[in-house]
Ligand binder design. Structure first.
Ligand code: SAM
Length: 273
């Protein structure tokens, strides 16, 4: 439904990296390989089912980026409210929604999850995929996401996981080349700043029990937790090795590899208080 609405400029200390066109291209290359797209088709459908979005019902995508999952939801018949901090991402999402023929099902709007301008208890079905992991003030974003969920409504989060086997492998690799990662320990888990396209990008490795406890204090009960991507090592390799790793990833998710071992998890919460 129209182009990203003209809002007053929102400036956030971690925002610059998301305005770079190269960031869109890099994430496309990292995540949206055709084999991985098959996994995302299944995971998004499962997530929407567990969010209990009724057929054709409304859903909010909090941090839509270039719109890939908003478009998936729209293709499944849902009306989507797609929010993001970045003008670049919203412009790209609008372009892709137009190309996919679902622009009439999606409303795009610029907003910052850390200061979210949506009334309390006004949404029943919200997802946020790979977004809070890049927000240094995750407490503010999670509090806002919890705040807007109506009684009985549900919130799905796609988050990194500090207990993933990937991190053990990376630790060994870095130990071998004597390049330990400088992680900052915070209440919701470790995290660190990376450099990306000459800007800084914050990445959490969430302690998902701490996240669930944080949201429980805000009235949300964890209903489902499952593996999203078993491993993200595929991003570091190319060609047939990458294709093989992606197929293993898809098979692992289908077989229900325990979420605690996996690089990313999907969690669905319900407002019960
Ligand atoms: C890794 S991308 C994920 C995008 C999309 N959900 C996907 O899975 O392709 C992270 C997105 O979060 C957005 N973002 C980061 N901080 C935000 C904030 N404080 N409020 C709203 N969006 C934010 C970025 O602009 C970027 O589009």
């Amino acid at each position: 439904m129209g182009s990203p609405s003209a809002q007053p400029e929102i400036v956030s200390e971690h925002a610059d990296v998301f305005e770079r066109g190269e960031t869109v291209a890099d994430w496309d290359a990292d995540y949206y390989h055709p084999i991985a797209e098959r996994l995302y088709d299944k995971q998004v459908a499962r997530m929407l089912e567990r969010l209990r979005v009724p057929p054709g019902g409304p859903v909010t995508d909090a941090g839509c980026g270039p719109g890939v999952h908003a478009i998936r939801a729209a293709k499944l018949g849902h009306r989507v409210e797609a929010l993001d901090l970045s003008h670049t991402m919203l412009g790209e999402a609008q372009r892709r929604a137009d190309a996919a023929g679902v622009a009439d099902k999606i409303t795009f709007r610029q907003t910052d999850l850390t200061t979210l301008d949506i009334p309390d208890a006004s949404r029943r079905h919200v997802f946020s995929w790979g977004v809070v992991i890049h927000i240094p003030d995750a407490e503010a974003a999670l509090s806002n996401l919890a705040r807007i969920i109506a009684p009985g409504g549900r919130l799905a989060l796609h988050l990194t996981n500090s207990t993933a086997f990937d991190h053990t492998l990376e630790r060994w690799g870095r130990f071998a080349v004597r390049k330990p990662l400088e992680l900052e320990q915070r209440d919701l888990g470790p995290g660190c700043w990376y450099e990306m396209n000459d800007e800084r990008l914050w990445v959490w490795r969430f302690d998902l029990d701490a996240v669930a406890a944080f949201l429980a204090r805000r009235g949300l009960t964890l209903r489902h937790r499952w593996t999203a991507e078993c491993s993200e090592i595929q991003r570091r390799v190319n060609g047939p090795v990458r294709s093989a790793l992606l197929r293993v990833n898809n098979a692992a998710a289908a077989m229900g590899v325990p979420a605690r071992c996996s690089a990313t998890n999907l969690l669905v919460f319900e407002r019960t208080a």
